[in-house]
Design a protein. Structure first.
Length: 171
């Protein structure tokens, strides 16, 4: 498996992975696909933190997408979407994508990475409850799933409410 930056030629394959990994029988098009398309076109998309996992045959088997959010005036990357093809789950693809995302974010000298997700999964990578850092999400109900992974440039004075970029609030 190879983890690399997403390139324009990957768009259709990444969209297919998003559809397959987010499929819900009651949805014509999963909301994750609509969100991914909108985020990818937005000004807060971070190309350097938009990664794909290639299988041995060169096919895209997973992806991670980050966007810029804010804590006050400070831009902070948010791991907005993580998807793995169903036939490649539980093989380390998601783990490799998260590790690569954190390493790439650290290389960009960002303070931290924010995620809204399963604490059991993301806790393995050093994510901790955001409230431990004086940071809150936009929805109080998210408290246990809204997490922060401090990086080498972490600054404990950066506290407050994390604001997601558009189109999060409109989808």
């Amino acid at each position: 498996m190879l983890i690399r930056r997403e390139i324009p030629a990957d768009l259709a394959a990444v969209r297919a992975v998003t559809i397959a990994s987010s499929y819900k029988p009651h949805e014509e098009e999963p909301v994750e696909v609509i969100l991914r398309d909108s985020l990818h076109k937005g000004e807060n998309w971070i190309p350097a933190l938009s990664l794909v996992a290639e299988g041995e045959d060169g096919a895209i088997i997973g992806h991670a997408l980050c966007t810029w959010g804010r804590i006050g005036a400070v831009r902070v990357p948010n791991l907005s979407l993580l998807g793995v093809r169903c036939d490649h789950r539980r093989r380390g693809v998601g783990t490799a994508l998260v590790h690569a995302t954190l390493a790439a974010a650290d290389a960009l000298d960002t303070l931290m990475v924010v995620v809204l997700g399963d604490p059991d999964f993301y806790g393995r990578f050093g994510f901790q409850p955001s409230t431990d850092f004086g940071i809150v999400g936009e929805e109080p109900a998210w408290e246990h799933m809204f997490q922060i992974r401090p990086l080498h440039a972490y600054d404990p004075s950066v506290q407050g409410e994390f604001t997601y970029p558009e189109p999060f609030g409109s989808i």
